[in-house]
Design a protein around this ligand. Structure first.
Ligand code: B12
Ligand code: SF4
Length: 432
């Protein structure tokens, strides 16, 4: 397209192709129960998967990209870092989960303050759930809904995209007809965009290599963000994943590889080919799986998992009540959870299970069933996460139920930010 080519040429000549992707630091975790808002500080330092994904796609398409991850820096260096990274840049992107909002907003306003002509782009889970509310914020010029690769490329090329929300009319698109569920083809992650050694250092020297070999999930549990965003499952082929692992292992010598895929075993043949490859790598590894899938693995496969260095397997068990599991369309029963625990113990595989409580329809007796199951899991060698207080996502059936029952939700991004920043365990926030 001649227009695009001209625009790219101009960008190149005046050297303003750089796109800076900023990861605000996580300050607090928000959880909403049907009684209270839950806030906790979390000292995470995980590699910025979203920024790597988008950055890799932009770089592949000829743009220069820098990632500035505030999980690695102290607040005192904020102004200096922003001034340095954003100098001469036309667009700056911010990746935000809900609990990134306070810091994300502060950084966005600062960037605008230092360089008023820079265009700011918000993307990530929260803006995807609330695009209209996000674009209304004065300091935000563009909002991307869902996977950012294609809309961002369109923005940088001066094109429109149905999932690109625009503050003014420069790029004649409104994003109003966007649809969740339009998936991007995957670009191999370019780890050169970050300094992985810095993350090893931050994590007490553990050489833990996180990797996404697939995205999305074919299941449709009612509470899950994958269901809300209609995320389709897509994975790199076994061959591509193994080649990627080969170069990453040579370069970084990890002690442990952690597949952050929602569900590593969706395509069993693909997963088994990767496991065969892992048998030859001198590192332990872990992955997420659905318990029903885990139960369906043969003894032979489980032996192979063990032999390949599999150290841990993570799954959502969610509840100790079959009625709740059914309401959640989890595709799992309490009996299956117990069977998985016994199976993992037989093969000496460490199982990490997460649970939720206080769902909209949950009775006190059902919460107790969950607590009992959690206790039993603990006694049988399982590491339990939670039970975490249920967080309803807009668009999900569970959220709609709460809205019908009077859930009061923030009406602006500032209000979300304030709630996250100021609330404590005693905040009664949502029922009018
Ligand atoms: C893997 C994962 C993790 C990993 C890695 C996170 C990381 N730093 O990248 C770990 C296990 C460490 C983790 C931790 C947490 N996670 Co998490 N995590 C996920 C999971 C399962 C997949 C995310 C992922 O990597 N997807 C693949 C990448 C490539 O996609 P993505 O991040 O969505 O990014 C794409 C788009 O959103 C968009 N995009 C993202 N940023 C930007 C920015 C711009 C400018 C643009 C244009 C586009 C864009 O483009 C990207 C590429 O397509 C999601 C569930 C889900 N399906 O999304 C939960 C999820 C994102 N996590 C969640 C939460 C709450 C957390 C924690 C706060 C949990 C806790 N209690 O501590 C921590 C926070 C960690 C942190 N420091 O940020 C929630 C967020 C809910 C919300 N409303 O914000 C989710 C949705 C899970 C859930 N249902 O509860 N998480
Ligand atoms: S199996 Fe897990 S990732 Fe898949 S829809 Fe259910 S909760 Fe979400």
């Amino acid at each position: 397209m001649p227009y695009v080519a001209t625009l790219e040429c101009i960008f190149r000549i005046i050297n303003v192709t750089d796109f800076v992707l900023i990861m605000p630091a996580l300050q607090k975790v928000v959880g909403i129960t049907n009684r209270e808002l839950l806030i906790k500080p979390t000292p995470h330092s995980n590699i910025p998967l979203s920024a790597i994904a988008i950055g890799s796609s932009l770089v592949k398409n000829g743009l220069d990209v820098k990632i500035l991850d505030f999980h690695l820096h102290c607040a005192e260096d904020e102004n200096e870092l922003l001034a340095e990274y954003c100098r001469g840049v036309t667009h700056v992107g911010f990746s935000c989960m809900t609990n990134h909002i306070p810091h994300g907003l502060r950084l966005t306003k600062k960037v605008k303050g230092i360089y008023p002509t820079i265009k700011t782009v918000w993307g990530g889970i929260h803006p995807s759930l609330f695009p209209e509310m996000t674009i209304r914020h004065d300091a935000i010029d563009f909002v991307v809904v869902g996977e950012g690769e294609d809309p961002l490329l369109a923005l940088m090329r001066g094109e429109t995209h149905p999932r690109l929300f625009v503050k003014d009319s420069v790029f004649n698109t409104s994003g109003k007809n966007f649809k969740y569920g339009s998936a991007t083809s995957l670009t191999e992650p370019n780890y050169e965009l970050i300094n992985l050694e810095q993350y090893f250092f931050k994590n007490r020297g553990e050489r833990n290599l996180p990797l996404l070999s697939s995205r999305g999930c074919p299941s449709r549990c009612t509470f899950c963000v994958n269901t809300v965003l209609k995320n389709k499952w897509r994975g790199f082929s076994a061959e591509t994943t193994c080649n990627l692992l080969d170069s990453l292992c040579q370069r970084y010598r990890p002690e442990h590889i952690y597949f952050l895929d929602e569900n590593f075993f969706v395509d069993k043949n693909r997963a088994i080919s990767i496991v065969k490859y892992l048998c030859n790598i001198d590192a332990t590894w872990g992955a997420n799986i659905r318990l029903r899938t885990f139960n369906s693995l043969s003894d032979e496969t489980l032996m192979m998992l063990k032999k390949s260095g599999m150290k841990e397997i993570r799954a959502g068990a969610e509840s100790g009540s079959n009625r709740i599991l059914q309401i959640l369309r989890k595709g799992l029963t309490v009996e299956e959870i117990r069977r998985a625990v016994e199976k993992a113990a037989n093969f000496d595989l460490k199982l990490i299970l997460s649970f939720m409580r206080d769902l909209p329809d949950e009775t006190k007796e059902e919460t107790q069933l969950t607590l009992n199951l959690v206790q039993w899991c603990g006694q049988n060698g399982v590491t339990v996460i939670g039970p975490q207080i249920f967080r309803p996502y807009p668009g999900s059936e569970e959220y709609d139920k709460l809205v019908q029952r009077g859930l009061k939700t923030p009406v602006s991004l500032e209000e979300w930010g304030m709630i996250i920043q100021n609330a404590n365990h005693d905040s009664i926030w949502y029922f009018q």
